[in-house]
Design a protein. Structure first.
Length: 150
C-alpha cells in the first residue's frame, strides 16, 4: 500500500509540475508587444531589415491579434503564402503553445488577406529578456520578427 501511495503522489506531483511548465511560456506571451525588427529575404535570398511598425497582442485566455505596417511597401513577392496586402498585415484568432518544441500556432479566424482565414500558422519562438523572437516553423519561409514587451 505504501508503494502505491508513493507512486500516486509522484505521478500527481509530476502532472502538477508539467502543468506549471506548460503554463509558464503561455503566461509569458500574454500582453502587448511592439515590433522591433522584421527581417525577410530580399531578391537575392539574403535577410533584409524591413522598415515597419507593428503590434502583437496575446491574451491569457488564448486569443491573439497582430498588425504590421510596412512604411515602404514593395511589390508583392512570390512567397508561397501572402500575409499582407498593400504593405499592411492584420489578423486575429487564437493561439496554442507547445513548450516542448518552442512553437506556437496562430489559428487565424479573421484577416485582411482573406486566404489566411482558417489557416493554422506554426511559429517558432524564443524569449530573450523582454523580447520575443518569432520565426516561421515552415521550411519554405525564411523570416524573423523581434517583438518587445510594451
Amino acid at each position: 500500500m505504501k508503494i502505491l501511495t508513493v507512486l500516486s503522489m509522484t505521478l500527481l506531483l509530476a502532472s502538477i509540475s508539467a502543468g506549471q511548465d506548460r503554463g509558464d511560456d503561455r503566461d509569458r506571451f500574454a500582453g502587448a508587444w511592439r515590433l522591433v525588427r522584421l527581417e525577410q529575404p530580399g531578391a537575392d535570398g539574403k535577410l533584409r531589415n524591413v522598415d515597419c511598425a507593428g503590434l502583437f497582442v496575446f491574451t491569457r485566455d488564448g486569443h491573439a491579434s497582430v498588425q504590421v505596417m510596412d512604411r515602404s511597401p514593395q511589390p508583392s513577392t512570390t512567397a508561397p503564402l501572402r500575409y499582407s496586402q498593400g504593405g499592411y498585415e492584420a489578423s486575429w484568432g487564437t493561439y496554442s503553445v507547445d513548450e516542448r518544441t518552442h512553437t506556437f500556432t496562430f489559428h487565424i479566424e479573421g484577416a485582411l488577406v482573406r486566404s489566411l482565414v482558417g489557416k493554422h500558422l506554426p511559429r517558432s519562438y524564443q524569449f530573450s529578456g523582454n523580447r520575443l523572437i518569432v520565426q516561421s516553423a515552415r521550411t519554405d519561409e525564411h523570416w524573423s520578427v523581434t517583438w518587445e514587451r510594451y
